[in-house]
Design a protein around this ligand. Structure first.
Ligand SMILES: [Zn+2]
Length: 237
């Protein structure tokens, strides 16, 4: 690419990315992060591979059913790019383990399926000043943003204390594999731009996608002074 040189490739190879969630979004994102040559990729997921996953979670195959996703993902992706150090972490992220699991990352990429886990990630992102590429997808709809501590607001500025609606989870109403590939491409692009210290297209923006009508919208979003995570009223440590 005209704007990507050897120095940039070296920078990626020296970067540690934490991919939280190795499911519908995480799988295609991991494939891209590995092929782009990010040097160390932590794969954080507590689930096992199920037959119903394989239609969209494109780093697994039928021989992986019943095995732990994080370990399978690391093994399968190592075959694609043996230069990358994959670190499987078989844990479901929450407030208890988030700090320990994410500490030392240069970047966090979201492949989660719950707001409670995202809030745990967001708190660590703000506390340790680690950029957080956010994405959520269900049915034909997705939201994306790039939260860069010190420069943009955080997840809570936009979503407040948003909670999961048990009736509209991807597990319950499904999620389009085509949508997931689009979301993955955008997240990987943002990950690359943030790592190379270039302007991330979704910093200070919220992108919404409806893949069914092929609608893409981008809204300006601001940091909230009253955010209880990163605002004036947020934690002072
Ligand atoms: Zn905030």
């Amino acid at each position: 690419m005209y704007d990507f040189n050897e120095k940039d490739q070296v920078k990626l190879s020296e970067t540690t990315v934490s991919m939280v969630g190795a499911g519908g979004i995480g799988s295609p994102v991991l494939r891209l992060l590995a092929s782009l040559g990010f040097g160390r990729i932590r794969i954080i997921d507590g689930d096992k591979v199920e037959l119903s996953n394989i239609q969209r979670q494109n780093i697994y195959n039928t021989a992986d059913i019943g095995k732990k996703k994080a370990e399978c993902a690391a093994a399968n992706l190592s075959l694609m790019n043996p230069e990358v150090k994959f670190i499987p972490i078989v844990q479901r992220i929450d407030d208890k383990n988030a700090q320990e699991v994410l500490k030392g990352s240069d970047l966090i990429v979201d492949g989660l399926d719950s707001f409670s886990a995202r809030h745990s990630v967001n708190r660590v992102s703000v506390k340790f000043q680690i950029p957080y590429i956010f994405a959520g997808a269900v049915e034909y709809f997705a939201n994306l943003s790039s939260f860069i501590p010190g420069k943009t607001g955080c997840l809570s500025c936009v979503m407040g204390a948003a909670k999961d609606n048990p009736d509209s989870t991807a597990a319950k109403i499904g999620v389009s594999p085509e949508l997931l590939s689009v979301v993955a491409g955008i997240e990987a692009r943002e990950a690359l731009l943030v790592t190379l210290k270039r302007k991330a297209n979704l910093a200070g923006k919220l992108m919404t996608i409806d893949i069914n009508t092929l609608s893409f919208d981008i809204f300006d979003i601001a940091r909230s002074d009253t955010c209880n995570i990163c605002g004036e009223s947020g934690p002072k440590e």
